[in-house]
Design a protein around this ligand. Sequence first.
Ligand SMILES: [Zn+2]
Ligand SMILES: [Zn+2]
Length: 347
Amino acid sequence: MLAAVYHGPNDIRLEERPIPNIDADEALLRVTAAGICGTDLRILHGHHRLYPPGTQRIPGHEIVGDIAAVGDGVAGLSVGQRVIVAPNAGCGHCHLCIRGDNNLCRQYQAIGVTMDGGFAEYMRIPAPMISQGNVIPTDAAADAAVSTLIEPFACVLRGQRTLQVGPGDIVLIVGAGPMGLLHLLLARLSGASRIIVSEVQPVRLVQARQGRADFAVNPQSQDLREIVMDESNGRGADVIVIAAPSHSAQQSALELAAVGGRINYFGGLPKNRPLIESDSNAIHYKELRVTGTTGCSTGDCRKAAEILEAGRIDLSPLVSHRFPLTEVLAAYETAQSQEALKTILLP
Ligand SMILES: [Zn+2]
Ligand SMILES: [Zn+2]
């Protein structure tokens, strides 16, 4: 089979590899679509801590495919079934796994991160993924490229669960990359009355407007604070999502938030510079709830798949580019450009 294999920083090679063997408690997936995301770009550049020097691995964790073979010991899966594979598995028995936060497990394993992923024609589905419910049947008639968005959408769902967006809320989203736009769509679905998106890249501002942001603001040339205050009758934003690695956005969120506001630091900061200066009195006197989320659990993926299946949200505008696996290098290049929203490989 054809596979895109990481060999080192900026060294992804297209290779012929044997189709993976499966054990009795595993299954084989014929990959139909796999999304390239920010994590994959971090891996490509050699900045991912779970891809240490010397690692040779197939990336790809936003995966849709058809079951191609099932081990004798596996119940509930059948050949030909269309599924998505939620990428994260925990140990299955620690307190975090038991309460459903397997993405936070200390012995966390992930497809495309700690084990071979979906940038290949076939992928082995390891036993824990099957026993922990990561294999989620999905609509075979749906566009597989769009179904790859279930995983990033699940991360956004997790992020907004802590924020409890509801009817009438004024929502500020900082960053209009694919994650920011998914936040925009979900906030709209939850009944937000005004959504303001802040973004410095002109192309992404246009995309935010196309995604029906009420205001798409460039904070370098416009006064974001004034716009937030105008649109909220002076009270500030009820909900703020920071989907960009920005120190200043994390700091100013405390000021831009309304009394009782909810904030999510959805994007991390560079690991060598994670400190910010923050006005803790703003948190105290405004009774702010400052939260953070990272990745998604298998439960989040299941919920995201249900929402998509119910037709409650249309994620198809986010798929901007599609490439066959043979053009994986061009696909990576496109995924790095500001114009691209989601770039999808179709093995
Ligand atoms: Zn991802
Ligand atoms: Zn665990």
